[in-house]
Design a protein around this ligand. Structure first.
Ligand SMILES: [Fe+2]
Length: 471
């Protein structure tokens, strides 16, 4: 950062009258702050070594500091995700007391070196991030930092905070090289709202499967603007395993649900890919995609206006899916909250989503769509196209146990109820349902080159649904 840029940033801070003046730790060009409504502002910068920009929500008290340990500097709510390539980056979010502005990550591949370090040194690197305060969270400060330039397929050890005030050491692994055929495992869950104890049980169960990362189909909390709900989400524990124990080690990639409401709290507490496409809200976190080895993941927001769903989001979705090279990336998974196909007795299938997105899924030959919103478990037979003149999906060639034959169609899964009250199911009302059960559940998927090992578990550990699918 040039002196001129630093001076400009200081001037902007003074103009908006924010209390967050002091030593800047911006390590790069592009740092800026803008005054927004009621004195709110946002920060936008390119973290050192990263090839992408980070922009905070428009909130009070955004800052880049690394020199102030307040009265409550102990980090909690620690969790990781990807805002950049899964094979060379990770992002971490955490919380401290309001007056603590230590926003640093210490990391390296040597656990002992990271554990004993109080700052950068041999084998230990420091990365500075930013912090935010907002709304009812004014007694707390939310921190975010991005680590880039990592080696692929490598386990890193890290801790967050700042000199003299570090968290415990966690470990997170980068993905194999893009297009790698190395096997990997991910978990699917959704709708943790209402019951943090069940959410914690779900995370504890997922943790037993040594997953590389998690996808979550939305409705993390009952109302996204209520910070205490998020506090419960992060602080839940089951026996000797806390939610933090799991999501501080497995990148957690989530979709916005109708209860999350794309609230500032949602945007501020998760670092997600921020490529902004026309019409997109939430500083680019509204919808996004990422690659992991030989799979492409798309996360959509379906709690929106129909004009956005049918317009800008569909345009982006089609462009994103058509750019996937299926020779090196044979697998495509889509995650969003509301199901286009369901047999639940609560919410029926969303025909707006079906009409807007299924033709794109069909064209791109999407493999699986994971949804929530209905708190149960369901898996469809392969679907592609519509009945003549109608809106019902055409069930395609179906192999043993309901799986596609030669990629004959897209499978729609509802895997939700990791806390929210269960809803009933009635498979007799549809032509496409292969299996459905009103039960708490989560899904574990292992991809091994062109073979998928799929198991849905009930929360009690029994197997609910299982198949292998090779394409
Ligand atoms: Fe929902």
């Amino acid at each position: 950062m040039t002196l001129k840029t630093l001076a400009l940033f200081g001037l902007l801070l003074a103009l908006v009258g924010c209390e967050d003046t002091g030593a800047l730790t911006g390590t790069d060009a592009g740092l800026n702050a803008d005054a927004g409504p009621a004195g709110n502002r946002q920060i936008s910068y390119t973290p050192e070594g990263c090839a992408y920009a980070v922009t905070s929500p428009m909130v009070a008290g955004t800052a880049m500091h690394a020199d102030e340990a307040g009265a409550s500097p102990a980090p909690d709510h620690i969790h990781v995700s990807w805002a950049g390539p899964s094979n060379s980056t990770f992002a971490v979010n955490w919380r401290t007391g309001y007056d603590t502005m230590l926003s640093q990550v210490l990391y390296g591949t040597d656990e002992a070196a990271v554990a004993s370090a109080d700052g950068p040194g041999t084998g230990v690197t420091v990365q500075s991030g930013h912090s935010m305060v907002y709304g009812t969270a004014l007694t707390f400060r939310l921190h975010e930092a991005h680590v880039c330039g990592l080696a692929d397929g490598t386990r890193y050890f890290y801790k967050v905070g700042g000199a003299g005030h570090w968290s415990e050491v966690f470990d997170v692994a980068t993905a194999p090289a893009l297009a790698s055929i190395e096997s990997f495992t991910f978990a699917v869950s959704g709708d943790s709202r209402n019951e943090p104890s069940i959410w914690a049980e779900t995370q504890k169960a997922i943790n037993d499967h040594a997953v590389d990362f998690q996808v979550f189909s939305g409705d993390a909390v009952i109302l996204g603007a209520l910070q205490p709900e998020w506090d419960s989400f992060f602080e839940a524990a089951s026996g000797d395993v806390s939610v933090q124990d799991v999501i501080a080690r497995t990148p957690f990639m989530l979709a916005n649900g109708n209860h999350d409401g794309l609230a500032t709290n949602y945007l501020a507490q998760f670092a997600l890919p921020q490529e902004v496409t026309p019409g997109e809200r939430g500083e680019g976190e509204e919808w996004y995609s990422f690659d992991y080895a030989n799979a492409h993941f798309v996360v959509l927001n379906d709690t929106s206006t129909s004009s956005l769903i049918e317009g800008a989001e569909s345009t982006w979705l089609r462009d994103d899916l058509m750019a996937v090279d299926r020779t090196t990336t044979p697998w495509i998974f889509v995650i969003h909250h509301v199901p286009p196909y369901t047999c639940a007795t609560a919410h029926s299938s969303d025909l707006t989503l079906r009409a807007a997105w299924q033709p794109i899924y069909d064209e791109a030959r999407v493999d699986f769509v994971f949804n929530g919103h209905n708190h149960n478990y369901e898996r469809s037979r392969p679907i592609r196209g519509f009945s003549t003149g109608g809106t019902e999906g055409q069930v395609q060639a179906t192999g043993a146990n309901g799986i596609p034959v030669n990629n004959s169609g897209t499978v729609y899964v509802v895997a939700a109820g990791a806390g929210a009250p269960l809803y009933g199911v009635d498979p007799s009302t549809t032509s496409y349902t292969h299996i459905a059960e009103s039960v708490r559940n989560y899904v574990i998927v292992t991809i091994e080159n062109r073979t998928m090992h799929y198991t849905a578990y009930r929360l009690d550990g029994t197997v609910l649904d299982q198949f292998d699918y090779t394409k």
